[in-house]
Design a protein around this ligand. Structure first.
Ligand code: NAD
Length: 352
């Protein structure tokens, strides 16, 4: 079986982290009997420098021709002075997300027991482990609904959800909960917002097709608090665009480094996989960036796009074991000798 992967390394630490991480995918492919073809494409500042725009047509075509899109990160000080609508983040990444009609953002967060001292939370709050997945609706809600406007007297936005949009994201979240520990927390604000009343009704309706998944509803203010005082209680969190934006960033603080956080964004055809962090210009080119977020994004890609579930599980386990053996990049160490980007990726590959 051959899988075609669009590889868009981007800017800053993107290329070095991508190159190291693809060795893990090569190793997984070899071990589990499939092959991968990488189709490289430009995005972000690198694309502006070479082609004059952050998302050239040929990059979009390459993404559309592949089974999945693997992205590094975009942006950096070199392009910060460009007008906002030409910058790598908006004209590159946001434009690509739009081109692929991505509707669900998945952000898994694990606090690895071997490095839980990095978490800003007290150890006693991490007892029992933290392993949660936020499923955020990405295409609708207050960021996109009309009317919205601002003038010197007022500014307003509209939070609108339609039933099919909620149904689609709810089904995605229930399917994922089924593959995990079977618990789903739907987060809304239905004591105040009509859009949340529709959200809750629709999630209830969808839940009838998933009797094996335990559903609870939670108000977003309580969810924000529970994330800190009892993060281990969550399995899958399902929520809208605005609440998901905030809650997924709150959850991202739990493991103690951005370098551990992968993400997936699902679309009707190609899904996009990328680290949650940015291009880290402060450490770019030094070979010290943590590749684990990119490697875990590859594991998610094996899981959700390539149907290579065993390879995905092997990568998750390999990451855990290399952390236990303390092959760690500088962001995961309080003291001791840090391993380079290459060394961390090599250690993970060897564990597969
Ligand atoms: P950032 O995520 O790049 O960096 C924040 C801090 O985390 C830095 O100290 C950085 O060194 C560290 N960090 C991030 N990833 C790391 C890794 N893998 N290993 C070790 N340390 C890591 O955020 P920023 O500094 O605010 O933004 C830098 C650039 O990235 C900006 O141009 C921004 O617009 C862009 N950005 C891109 C994306 C994306 O491509 N998805 C996301 C966020 C920011």
């Amino acid at each position: 079986m051959k899988h075609k992967i669009a590889v868009l390394a981007g800017d800053g630490i993107g290329p070095e982290v991508m190159d190291a991480s693809l060795k893990v995918l090569d190793r997984a492919a070899e071990s589990f009997g499939f092959s991968v073809e990488y189709r490289r494409a430009l995005i972000g500042g690198a694309a502006i420098d070479e082609r004059g725009r952050a998302l050239p047509e040929e990059s979009i075509d390459i993404c559309r021709s592949c089974d999945a899109v693997l992205l590094g990160s975009v942006g950096g000080p070199k392009w910060d002075k460009l007008p906002a609508d030409q910058r790598p983040e908006r004209a590159g990444l946001l434009a690509l997300r739009k081109e692929l009609s991505l509707y669900a953002n998945l952000r898994p967060v694990r606090v690895y027991p071997a490095i839980r001292e990095l978490s800003p939370l007290k150890n006693e709050l991490l007892e029992g482990g933290v392993d949660l997945l936020t499923v955020r609706e990405l295409s609708s809600g207050i960021y996109f609904s009309e009317p919205k406007a601002h003038n010197s007297d007022e500014g307003y936005d509209t939070m609108r959800y339609r039933r099919p949009t909620v149904q689609r994201i709810a089904e995605t979240a229930f399917d994922l909960a089924r593959q995990r520990r079977g618990r789903l927390t739907s987060v809304d604000k239905s004591n105040v917002l009509y859009s949340s009343i529709l959200w809750r009704e629709t999630v209830e309706e969808v839940s009838r097709n998933y009797p094996d998944v335990e559903l609870e509803h939670m108000y977003v203010d309580n969810a924000a608090m529970q994330m800190i005082i009892n993060p281990g209680r969550f399995d899958v969190i399902l929520t809208g665009n605005l609440f998901g934006d905030i809650l997924s960033d709150e959850s991202a603080a739990l493991p103690g480094s951005l370098g551990l956080l992968p993400s997936a964004s699902l679309g009707p055809k190609q899904h996009l996989y990328e680290p949650s962090g940015g291009s880290a210009p402060d450490i770019a080119g030094k070979g010290v960036a943590n590749p684990l977020a990119q490697i875990l994004s590859i594991a998610m890609m094996c899981d959700y796009s390539l149907e290579q579930k065993e390879a995905a599980r092997a990568i998750y386990r390999a990451v855990e074991r290399s952390i236990e053996k303390r092959v760690l990049s500088a962001d995961l160490l309080r003291r001791g000798k840090a391993s380079s980007t290459e060394k961390v990726a090599e250690a993970v590959a060897l564990e597969i």
